[in-house]
Design a protein around this ligand. Structure first.
Ligand code: ATP
Ligand code: MG
Length: 338
């Protein structure tokens, strides 16, 4: 659906140039949600803006649907491509419905059809039109504004949507909600989406494929599972390693690791609830400071010991989880730990 072939972009004049994008090649398949991730300044936004021609490449070629974007009429191109930016980019003196219907209006749709389309989309993104259609952007929360931004990008039913850190400015709980909704919407409308984020968790949650960028180049391009299992170089490990470990640890409870009945247990005066995740247990142990035994008792909800977990075993699990190239068999196809 979208290809970039050896694309570079240099900003500035002869003496002071910035190579924002450096020989990037990518392919985004139809219906794919493709994440661009990387540190600040790595060229994600510039890469994205070249796809809808808000920037023109200095070198290389970009195609959409098999056609060179530079050979396409810019208006025609943008009709094919919805664009969502971080702050929503809503026009403050337009109502929610008018914001959503902006592109259809430019396309000359009749009033009634615009209104119906706006209502349909507001419903899709979880904003009942009866309550939200005639509000103004400042009367919405940040998360609600982002939803309007998503609805607006979908309005003219473009096959492609570019999203540049669309959920970057909202609180973590709203962000989770928006991520879940995006997955739902994506399943319902089956768009090709290029999604820029800083957040590796978001990348794993949403991405069918992930391209990791640094210094304007592609460091690795693959499925989330590829990145987890076969990090292309230490930069990838550094970028995803800690977080991958933490996510896995947050999903493993002590009771899963404890030796039932505590056979052969060493002496310990320490007991922790079995429902704690390994991550929480690690924090708890850190708070309590040095202990006498070689492990902890693991209790059920009534506070009765159901097993024993040696520090040795815990350390092995932590090590396995945090090691760079673990086997990914417990992850689903999106690389999310079971
Ligand atoms: N219009 C411009 N003129 C000059 N330099 C630019 C311009 N736009 C971007 N750059 C530079 O190009 C590099 C890549 O910028 P870009 O915005 O693509 O990064 P990014 O990965 O999106 O970063 P962030 O995560 O902070 O949004 C940066 O060094 C930036 O300063
Ligand atoms: Mg950016």
């Amino acid at each position: 659906m979208i290809t970039l072939e050896h694309v570079s972009k240099t900003f500035g004049r002869k003496d002071r140039t910035v190579r924002a994008v450096d020989d990037v090649s990518l392919a985004v398949g139809a219906g794919e949600l493709h994440v661009l991730i990387g540190p600040s300044g790595s060229g994600k936004t510039t890469t994205m803006r070249m796809i809808n021609r808000l920037e023109e490449p200095t070198a290389g070629r970009i195609t959409v649907d098999g056609r060179d974007v530079l050979a396409m009429n810019a208006v025609e191109l943008r009709r094919k491509i919805g664009y969502v930016i971080q702050q929503g980019g809503l026009l403050p003196h337009f109502t929610v419905a008018e914001n959503v219907a902006m592109v259809p209006r430019l396309l000359g749709w009749r009033r009634r059809r615009r209104r119906e389309r706006a209502e349909e989309l507001l419903t899709l993104v979880g904003l009942p039109p009866a309550r939200f259609a005639s509000r103004y952007p400042h009367e919405l929360s940040g998360g609600q504004q982002q939803r309007v931004g998503v609805a607006r990008a979908l309005a003219a039913d473009p096959p492609i949507i570019l999203m540049d850190e669309p959920f970057g400015a909202v609180d973590p709980i709203t962000r989770k909600q928006l991520q879940r909704e995006l997955r739902r919407v994506q399943a319902a409308v089956n768009k090709t989406i290029v999604f820029v984020t800083h957040d590796i968790g978001e990348a794993f949650l949403l991405g069918d494929r992930i391209t990791l960028m640094a210094d304007g180049r592609v460091v690795q391009d693959g499925t989330p599972a590829d990145l987890l299992r076969h990090p292309a170089d230490p930069f990838v490990t550094a970028f995803i390693g800690e977080d991958r470990g933490l996510r896995a640890l947050a999903h493993t409870s002590l009771v899963e690791l404890a030796e039932p009945g505590g056979n052969g247990a060493g002496a310990s005066s320490l007991a922790l609830p079995g429902s704690l995740s390994v991550l929480e247990a690690g924090r708890e142990l850190g708070r309590r400071g040095p202990t006498d035994g070689d492990g902890v008792w693991v209790n059920d909800e009534e506070g009765r010991p159901v097993g024993y977990l040696s520090f040795q075993r815990l350390a092995t699990v932590l090590g396995e989880t945090l090691a760079p190239a673990v086997d990914g068999s417990e992850e689903d196809s999106r690389g999310i730990p079971a």
